[in-house]
Design a protein around this ligand. Structure first.
Ligand code: ATP
Length: 490
């Protein structure tokens, strides 16, 4: 994780929020490359889950909602985590997560020597398990107290009880309260889904592990509404749709390059299920901190719509034309974190490789996710024709793809820098491209394209560049495109 954090800072992906004031540790800022990467993740999620499907529409609800929303949803009464404090060092922990961190132990079997014992394991000298504070190893922990994770604030100029409201802790409720608006305005038929991407806020007791758990984050959520009276192949439609969404979301991460062996499905045990959930699975990723939730896919039944109908007094039903009756749809909720997805894509793409005796760091991002698609590099920056041609090329390609120009180092170094931020293609303009006007030598008006993963290079006419990148950054494979052009010298 430290390697990723340091790369992210050095190369402009992610900075600590308010770093010049010492940072917060609970919030992070996306730098020039980070914002591109995150936007790309959100863009492909939106494209695949909304634009490409006939049964999905989008929504952008506000962060501040009527406080009754949180009463109806159960967040005011139940959105709590058990919290324990160390009586000595006052550090605070989530009671259900204390075992997930390594712990400090003054071991009686070794004259009280201090050890850091791995998470969940006993001390290998005295075989004792953790009972005290994992951070200081001395203080006792208090008994757990419930702590509400919602951020409280005031709507309007007067700070009084009547003006209390909350920053939304999830985007889902914005969808439920707009169910009827969307249904009526879009004339939808079940089954259909409403999707939303947006900020959510949770006053997490122990934020940490970089952007894995923060107090401000972005969610990408779908509420997919299903007719509870329907069956598919003799099975309740909600159960079948739940399975379809689990499969679809599991495949989605792999489509953008995440390795299958780093993904798994974890079924929630009966005692872990939320009271309204019929079934929930987590899609877990093998993060640098270990297997953890990347996305939850829950069958929330008709709980949310019924609660909001009861608290608002408005009918939130669907009229089933065939059966001539009103039904309250069941809902399947695939709920992903944009920041957590980014961390997983980043961790998965990161490779350290040995190339001709040198070490190279490369982010093997899927081209759709890569923050920069093409880097145009001049081989010699003291030749004005080379530099001008490279600038012109950048300007042309940038109309269609994120393209940068860089001349701040020698070519080998420039390639390494682009590898390190995951740029799939570099275009190099050299002496051959422009020729030598003083000697009356014309250029060949060809450039070199270098592919990030194979590091292969081909020589292509400038006039064909646009078409080549349409293929390479569309569905075309490098090997197929490269076959039609001569290799260039490495
Ligand atoms: P956890 O058990 O890790 O606290 P959760 O089960 O409460 O997560 P959900 O309420 O299911 O999480 O939220 C859906 C998704 O939103 C999560 O899978 C995760 O990707 C993201 N998410 C939730 N909390 C945070 C957070 N504090 N920081 C970053 N992402 C988060």
């Amino acid at each position: 994780m430290d390697v990723l954090v340091s790369l992210c800072k050095r190369r402009g992906f992610i900075f600590q929020s308010s770093e010049i004031y010492g940072g917060t540790g609970a919030a992070w800022d996306y730098g020039p490359l980070g914002v591109e990467l995150k936007n790309n993740i959100k863009r492909v999620w939106w494209r695949d889950n909304i634009h490409l499907r006939p049964d999905m529409v989008g929504l952008d609800a506000s962060i501040l909602m009527h406080p009754q929303v949180w009463k109806a949803s159960g967040h005011l009464d139940h959105f709590t985590d058990p919290m324990v404090d160390c009586k000595a060092c006052q550090h605070r922990f989530r009671a259900d997560k204390v075992e997930e961190q390594s712990w400090i132990h003054y071991c009686p079997a070794t004259k009280g020597n201090k050890f850091e014992v791995p998470a969940g394991e006993p001390c290998k000298h005295c075989n004792v398990r953790r009972s005290l504070c994992p951070d200081c190893g001395k203080g006792e922990l208090t008994t757990p107290r419930q702590f509400n994770l919602m951020f409280k604030t005031f709507m309007g100029p007067v700070e009084e009880d009547a003006a209390v409201t909350y920053l939304r802790p999830e985007t889902a409720q914005g969808i439920f309260v707009n169910f009827d608006n969307v249904l009526q305005s879009m004339r939808l038929k079940l089954p259909f889904g409403i999707a939303q991407i947006g900020k959510a806020f949770r006053n997490e007791i122990t934020p940490g592990n970089f952007i894995f758990r923060t107090r401000e984050f972005e969610q990408m959520e779908i509420e997919f509404f299903v007719n509870p009276l329907e069956t598919i192949d003799g099975r309740p439609a909600d159960e079948v749709w739940h399975e379809r969404w689990i499969e679809s979301r599991f495949a989605w991460y792999q489509r953008y390059g995440m390795r299958r062996e780093n993904l798994r499905i974890r079924e929630h045990e009966k005692d872990e299920l939320a009271h309204y959930a019929k079934r929930t699975v987590d899609i877990e990723y093998q993060f640098p901190i270990g297997w953890s939730e990347l996305e939850g896919v829950a069958n929330r039944t008709d709980f949310d719509l019924k609660q909001h109908a009861q608290f608002s007094g408005k009918s939130l039903t669907y009229f089933d034309e065939d059966r001539k009756q009103h039904v309250v749809p069941y809902v399947i909720e695939p709920s992903a974190g944009a920041d957590r997805s980014l961390l997983a894509f980043l961790a998965d793409a990161y490779r350290e490789e040995e190339v001709r005796g040198d070490r190279r760091v490369v982010l093997r991002f899927h081209p759709d996710l890569a923050p920069v698609k093409i880097a145009v590099l001049p081989l010699l920056k003291k030749r004005p024709e080379i530099v001008t041609t490279a600038h012109d090329l950048r300007a042309t390609l940038a109309r269609r793809w994120v393209t940068v120009y860089d001349d701040t180092a020698a070519i080998g170094r420039l390639y390494r820098r682009q590898d390190e931020v995951g740029t799939p293609y570099c275009v190099t303009v050299d002496v051959q491209t422009v020729g030598d006007s003083a000697k009356g030598e014309p250029g060949d008006r060809c450039v070199t394209i270098r592919e990030r993963d194979s590091m292969e290079q081909i020589r292509v006419p400038i006039a064909e560049l646009q078409g080549i990148f349409e293929r390479l950054l569309g569905d075309g494979a490098w090997a197929d495109v490269a076959r039609s052009y001569p290799p260039a010298r490495g």
